[in-house]
Every structure is written in C-alpha cells, then in structure tokens.
Design a protein around this ligand. Structure first.
Ligand code: 13P
Ligand code: 13P
Ligand code: MG
Ligand code: MG
Length: 388
C-alpha cells in the first residue's frame, strides 16, 4: 500500500521557561488527534522532547495534505489554549500565523514527511531535537548515508553500493525553495562543502540510487524568516527509513555518539553539543545542551508498533557524560568567540539594537597631516640607511 509518514512538531507552551510542556497540554493534543483524526489518519504517536511536542501520523493522503496538516495545526491550537489557561511560557510560540492555510509550511510548525510503498517489514526512526536548527542533522545523515566508516552497508549490502542522492536546501533563500541534488559517492566533496554550513544548507531529503525510494526527510522551517525576528529555534524533526535497501537502524544512530557541536541552546544564540537523550527529556542547564531523541517503529498497513526509545540504553550514558563535559567546557568561556554564534545568525535578535546603540558611541581618531608626513619621512630615511 501507499503509505505516508507525517511528523509535525511545534512548541506551543512550556513550564517555567523553555523546559517542557505540561501534562495537560500534551493530553489536550493527544485527545484532539484521537477525537478528530478518525477516518483521516490510520495511526498516530505523540511524544515530547524539551519544550516541543511532535505528532507522528500514518495515512494514505500523500505529502503536504491539507486535511492532515490542519488536524495537527488544530491540535496545537487546542494545546495553546490549555497552555494559556495554565500560564505556560511561550503559549502558541510556534504558531506564527493566525489562521491555517493549505499546509503548515511557512506557518511555524516543523514538518517532515515520506510517502512510499510500504514494505512488508517497513521500519523507520523518528528523530526530534530541541534547542537547535535543522542543519544539526547534516553530519549524522552524511555519515549514515555516505561514509563507510560509519555505515558498513556500503561494503556489505549490494543495493546500497550505488549510494544515495542528497537533496540539499538553501535555507537563506526566501522566494521559493532553492534545492540541489548531489549524488554520493561522486559528489562527496560538493556535499561536504554545503553541509559544513548547518545554518544555511540543510539536507531536506535522501533518496536511494538503487530504486529511487525516499530514505529520509528533514524539516526545513525558517521561523526567523517567517516572523522577521527571533521567536525560538527551528527545533527540527527527521524521519529515516531503515534496513533492507537503506542503512540499518544501528547505522543511523551510531553517528550520534560523536555528540557533535551544533547551534542552539540559550536564546538560540550559542554553540552547543548534540546530546542523544531519552524521549520526553527536559532541559535545565543553560537551555542546553541541544538534545535529540530517536524512536524506532515498525509499521504494517499503516498501523504502528509501540515506539522503541533508541537512546534509552547504557551505551548512550557514556555519550551523554562526554556531551555534558564538552558543553560545560564550552560554557566556561561565556560570550567569547566560538561559544556564541556569529553575527549573521544573531541578526534577527536584540543584539542588533545593542550594536546600533554602541555604534553611536564609537570615536574615530586620526593623526593630523603633519605627524603622518613626518612619520613617513622617518620610515623612508631609515629604509635608506639600511639599504646603504
Ligand atoms: P541478526 O543476525 O541479529 O538478525 O542481525 C543481522 C544484522 O545484519 C544486524 O545488523
Ligand atoms: P525553543 O526554540 O526551544 O523554544 O527555545 C528558545 C530559546 O530561546 C531558549 O533559550
Ligand atoms: Mg520554547
Ligand atoms: Mg524547543
């Protein structure tokens, strides 16, 4: 059967700051989907990471279906009402438009979708991250879908020998979607050249070169470009199909053991470390480190199994300890240099006002003409003496 996996994520309010949504908020979203999804979606699963709620839905209506997207939008709207009723922080934070139109793209919530022919043993992993940007998935996806150092399938699984096509989006482009298709392995250096810039170039989708099937999808929302100011980070979701012609489930989680440096955390303005955590984790230290959860599912006729929490295993405790040390070490230098993001990333926030204010207090001091001339003559004379 033709199956669509849709995951739509939003932050519509959280307790005590950007920590986590309340139980009442999550229950509201859950009961909205349960009550209004009948006849439209086949199955669903709702979970949280930090202050974000993600709704996974299975259905047969294809990508960007307006009814499916409206269901999620309305569920988040209902959650917002609960958030307001409880005085939660940032109620409705990611619902940037007043009314729903067409699909959630450009309205605030993050969305990743895959439409495929369901395999007899269809399985996939849903990643959801808090306090970061969509480009945070660039490195792990590159390592899983292009690097035999992390994915043994390139040597051991014949359908993978042809490699994968990366569709990469230029997130700075606002007038339509600007994308490029690059093919691993022959375009590896081009892929790396773009993916090194997590804030601008983001893997939007990955496709098998063996049969053209879509293997992965990442949300590419741009909240600051929608709102025109900083309203929160584009906390991203990602779907990855696994096994068979795709990397195995362990090959898509293994790169997270690096706990790589990404953008995010406090006020979305700092560099951070991507820590793999249990689904539903909260966030209590400098709005960081950035955290990512992973839930594995099997699906048959659109019905989901229970979720397996991929980072709920002792091996990830070692990674978490290392990620904590890396992040605390980076935090020791506060605002200095690479601890914070560059000005290009901060230009939608309050620092612009601060810099404007300071700009007016700068003084330019120049030497008078006479002093400059006599200095130049002295330099010339000294050069002449040396030359003799
Ligand atoms: P099993 O032998 O446990 O089925 O595992 C096969 C495999 O390829 C694991 O990556
Ligand atoms: P969120 O994007 O998770 O809402 O966090 C925003 C923020 O400013 C944290 O300090
Ligand atoms: Mg928030
Ligand atoms: Mg968040």
């Amino acid at each position: 059967m033709k199956l669509t996996l849709s995951v739509i994520k939003a932050d519509v309010g959280s307790i005590g700051g950007h920590i986590c949504p309340s139980k009442a908020l999550v229950d509201t979203v859950k009961s909205y989907i349960r009550d209004h999804g009948r006849g439209l979606i086949i199955d669903h699963h709702i979970a949280t990471i930090g202050d974000d709620v993600h709704i996974l839905m299975t259905h047969t209506h294809g990508d960007l279906n307006s009814k499916v997207h409206e269901l999620a939008w309305n569920a988040f709207f209902a959650g917002t009402e609960t958030a307001k009723g409880q005085g939660l922080y940032g109620a409705g934070q990611d619902l940037l438009k007043n009314a729903f139109s067409g699909n959630v793209r450009g309205l605030g919530p993050a969305c990743a979708e895959i439409t495929c022919t369901e395999r007899p043993n269809e399985s996939f992993v849903l990643f959801a991250a808090d306090k970061t940007e969509p480009g945070a998935y660039n490195l792990p996806l590159y390592l899983s879908f292009a690097d035999p150092m992390h994915c043994a399938g390139f040597m051991l699984s014949p359908p993978m020998f042809k490699g994968f096509t990366f569709r990469i989006m230029d997130c700075d482009h606002v007038d339509g979607d600007r994308t490029i298709d690059l093919h691993a392995p022959e375009d590896l250096y081009g892929i790396a050249t773009l993916l090194r810039d997590n804030s601008r170039y983001v893997v939007e989708g990955i496709y098998s070169r063996y049969n053209g099937e879509k293997a992965a999808a990442v949300s590419t929302s741009r909240l600051r470009l929608i709102a025109g100011k900083y309203t929160g980070k584009d906390d991203p979701v990602c779907l990855v199909r696994v096994q068979g012609n795709f990397p195995s489930v362990g090959e898509v989680t293994e790169p997270y053991a690096i706990a790589h440096y990404v953008a995010g955390t406090m006020r979305g303005s700092h560099n951070s470390v991507m820590m793999p955590v249990k689904t539903g984790s909260t966030m209590t230290y400098f709005d960081g480190p950035t955290q990512v959860c992973a839930q594995a599912f099997s699906v048959h006729d659109g019905r989901l199994t229970e979720a397996i929490d991929m980072f709920d295993h002792p091996v990830w405790d070692v990674v978490r300890n290392r990620a904590s040390e890396k992040f605390i070490e980076l935090r020791r230098q506060g605002f200095s240099g690479p601890a914070m993001l560059g000005i290009h990333e901060l230009e939608y926030g309050g620092v612009v006002e601060k810099l404007k204010e300071l700009d007016e207090r700068f003084k330019v001091t120049k030497e008078d003409e006479g002093t400059r001339k006599s200095k130049a003559q002295k330099v010339k004379a000294e050069a002449g003496e040396d030359a003799d």
